[in-house]
Design a protein around this ligand. Sequence first.
Ligand code: F0G
Length: 374
Amino acid sequence: AHQWRGVIREYAERLPVTESTEVITLGEGGTPLVHAPALSALVDGTVYLKVEGMNPTGSFKDRGMTMAITSAVAEGAKAVVCASTGNTSASAAAYATQAGLTCAVLVPAGKISMGKLSQAVAHGAELIQIDGNFDGCLDIARKLAENYPVFLVNSVNPSRIEGQKTAAFEVVDALGDAPDYHLLPVGNAGNITAYWKGYQEYAQPWKKPANSGNPAHDDAVELPAVATKTPILWGFQAAGAAPIVAGHPITEPETVATAIRIGNPASWEKAEAARDESGGVIEAVTDEEILAAHRWLSSKEGVFVEPASASGVAGLIKKHSAGAAPAGKTWVITVTGHGLKDPDWAINNPALQNENGEGAQPTQVPQDVETVAR
Ligand code: F0G
């Protein structure tokens, strides 16, 4: 029987590992590419959702974290640190636990969801809440890694991008070629960077770079191109936290999509390169559009995501209303994290509120079959 072995073992020939690498994995990747009938009908094309909430800790971060923690172990690290809006901290805490490493996570006080906080606590991470936003946390995490014996596992660490590029490989492996368009949320901009790297690598013959530490292995690896093209990338930031759209850092980013509440993305230039080289765009979607897309996914497609994860879908709906989504195309939208990460938004979504501003209310009845039936 075949069991998916996690992204490092599945794509070893395209990642900076050798046969002797000690792999830290929770079986991440291999996530479903789910056909979205309502969105497909809307745009008169074929829309798929890459459902990254199906990863072991419930977000796409696990793809990068398996690589980052594997490199930390290879380098003999004893402790890792990250700044996070929640998902990276949950992922770092889980993978560090399996590797037997100490993990410290820096999060903006009061601005991460309970689900994500619980994960970091459950896995025994040293949870430090900072009075400030994600950008301030990342600044401190970088300085800690420079001055103390701790290994940084944010996406400024190239191994994170290497792991995350495997999502693009999976899309091409599933569809037989790259889609016409790929849409995704943009926060710290690591993921759009990673997808672009993955799509580019799959569209060319591949020779593993000679720096993987094992010359014999390097020589053995030469693979033909898998895809005939690369997709156009469309990235979407939350309107209150859209520095790339504005063209300058945002000092006080605000959005209900706390995962992407980021004012100065670390991979800013790389995201712009991905946008420009792919012929794409990076635009903003409002909180209202994000929550409407969140509701669309739950109520029309059967897919439950956290608010930030709906911003790619919000982007497609917005571009479609502006007449900018051509018919007859194949679209992939990454939905980045599971709905259970931040479930309040399902109940309190404005679309479900009654005239008193209350969220979805259960119907309460006595324990009686006829009443329940009625
Ligand atoms: N969606 C979710 C659910 C996220 O958690 C993040 C980032 C993004 C999208 C944006 O991805 O940063 O690569 O552009 N979360 C980070 C964290 C910042 O700390 O968990 P990005």
